[in-house]
Design a protein around this ligand. Sequence first.
Ligand code: FES
Length: 109
Amino acid sequence: MPFRKRYLFVCTNRRPDGHPKGSCAEKGAEEIVVKLKEALLNRGVAKDIVRACASGCLDLCETGVTVLQEPEHVAYGGVKLDDVEAIADAAAAGGVVERLVVHGRQGPG
Ligand code: FES
């Protein structure tokens, strides 16, 4: 399989119910990663341009669901199912969804 130009790491970490930090899985991350893979397939970029992967905790739990895009090195926060198409469009084109960035280009770090 080819080494992709771009990777989207979707945190799907799940903590026990009631844990004070919460987790991306309890906010819907598992469905988001499935839909993101589908969106990339539909754009014809999944096999060689952009790979979406389930990830462990990215330690940005307070702003989850967290998606890390590399090599742009930006973290998206508060990602919802409704954001999946925009993320796929941007990643396929080599761009970033600025409104979702919580760390990186315009975020705190
Ligand atoms: S649980 Fe998703 S970033 Fe920590």
